[in-house]
Design a binder for this molecule. Structure first.
Ligand SMILES: Cc1cc2nc3c(=O)[nH]c(=O)nc-3n(C[C@H](O)[C@H](O)[C@H](O)COP(=O)(O)OP(=O)(O)OC[C@H]3O[C@@H](n4cnc5c(N)ncnc54)[C@H](O)[C@@H]3O)c2cc1C
Length: 386
């Protein structure tokens, strides 16, 4: 439906070829063991896909967000799970935009080669929930260092990352004019602090997501870990969150395509009452409806990426892309289980695994309600609800 350049089509084919090396059996095994798919992440890194957004001067391919979105979409459309590696793509934006030249020189080339993984994003906290501005983790300057105390939750991939982008309060909320001020972003070299101020505890979830709780107990990091200016961290991550929402939305489009193809194939092959179940309109129509829903969402994802790449502020577009794509993938997941009947619940079909994985995205990285309230307030001008 969307016309695209030959370069983008080539990226799609290359990702498809790589993903073909990681079939359902690989993911089922990782899922049953709740193991990190290190081989898959290494293969993506070696092929340069996870360095797509890193400028060429630092060893990456210097591609735009729309290319990164296509990479993530194809991973999901192939039945793989990009949640193992997607953070590197979206965290990157904050470092690229606001990191110092020294930070970029120090980290980007080594992230590009795969020597270092930047996979952990520490924002959510147990007591503040979606109300990020109420977070309680504090960073206090002490000479050439910051001392960090507090706790994060849902810090995914922390056990498998070398670096963490961390949001902490550097000025108490009561002392800042606007509540969006006083938060700062740090690029934490986790290799130096795990077991030395930082403790990571895995959380077992309904899908294989390597998520964790992270505790900071007088954790000392060098002052040079501060990204940009102290106190401006919330503004920095907002810009990164648009990239995150667009990339996650692209993953949802990939998931929806996987469910729709899986359901269409099954409906054509499965014979009941002496004919293919897909001959029944009661089976066809839900698949066709999901296809239309996915295509509409895909257009919004594409548009949001275009606005982002053109240097605009796609706050509304990124949120709508995430809303529509996560709903399209979840509708397709439900339809796919229904189309498969009992076999939708059997592990060997991968449908139940993908169903569990797809459920996340109407909740994280931002829930549907919060997107709706953003649109209501900031786009439609309705009264603020919270
Ligand atoms: C598997 C997983 C991985 C994650 N990975 C990361 C990560 O790597 N890094 C990170 O920082 N975070 C991560 N998260 C956290 C994720 O971003 C949050 O779970 C999500 O933003 C929702 O926040 P919450 O869980 O605190 O829900 P809450 O804020 O407690 O909200 C609970 C429910 O109430 C609704 N709600 C709350 N306030 C309102 C309101 N004012 N109006 C209407 N409805 C409202 C919400 O929509 C939601 O449905 C992850 C979460 C999960 C489950």
């Amino acid at each position: 439906m969307i016309t695209e350049s030959e370069d983008i089509s080539e990226i799609r084919r290359a990702v498809q070829a790589l993903c073909a090396e990681f079939p359902g059996a690989y993911w089922r095994e990782k899922d049953s063991e709740r193991a990190y798919p290190a081989e898959f992440v290494d293969a993506l890194t070696k092929a340069g896909f996870l360095a797509a957004l890193i400028p060429e001067a630092y060893g990456g391919s210097g591609l735009k967000l729309n290319a990164a979105a296509v990479i993530m979409e194809e991973i999901q459309a192939a039945g793989c799970n990009g949640a193992s590696a997607h953070a590197q793509m979206y965290i990157m934006n904050t470092l690229l935009k606001y990191g110092s030249e020294e930070q970029k020189q120090e980290y980007l080339p080594r992230i590009a080669t795969g020597e270092l993984r930047l996979q952990a994003f520490g924002v959510s906290e147990p007591t503040s929930g979606t109300d990020t501005l109420s977070l309680r983790t504090v960073a206090v300057r002490d000479g050439d260092e910051y001392i960090i105390n507090g706790q994060k939750i849902w810090t995914s991939r922390a056990e498998y990352s070398d670096l963490m982008m961390l949001l902490a309060r550097t000025t108490p909320r009561e002392e800042v004019a606007s509540k969006t001020e006083g938060l700062s972003i740090f690029l934490v070299d986790m290799r130096k602090v795990v077991g030395n101020g930082m403790t990571i505890k895995p959380i077992r979830t309904m899908m294989n997501h390597s998520t964790t709780e992270v505790f900071f107990d007088d954790m000392r990091i060098p002052a040079s870990a501060l990204v940009g200016e102290e106190g401006k961290g919330f503004r920095y991550i907002l810009s990164g969150m648009n990239a995150e929402r667009i990339l996650i939305a692209a993953e949802c489009i990939g998931d929806a395509k996987w469910f729709i193809k899986k359901a269409s194939d099954y409906a054509s092959e499965r014979n009941v009452f002496g004919r293919a179940i897909g001959q029944n309109q009661g089976v066809q129509f839900p698949i066709a409806r999901c296809y239309a829903q996915m295509c509409a969402a895909e257009l919004m994802v594409h548009h949001a990426a275009q606005v982002f790449d053109a240097g605009g502020n796609p706050g509304a577009e990124a949120n709508m892309a995430k809303l529509l794509a996560s709903e399209a993938s979840w509708a397709a997941a439900d339809m796919c289980v229904q189309t498969h009947g009992g076999f939708g619940f059997a592990e060997e079909y991968d449908v139940e695994r993908k169903f569990r994985e797809a459920r996340l995205y109407t909740v994280a990285p931002i829930s549907t309600n919060l997107i709706l309230s953003y649109l209501a307030e900031h786009v439609l001008g309705l009264p603020r609800s919270y």
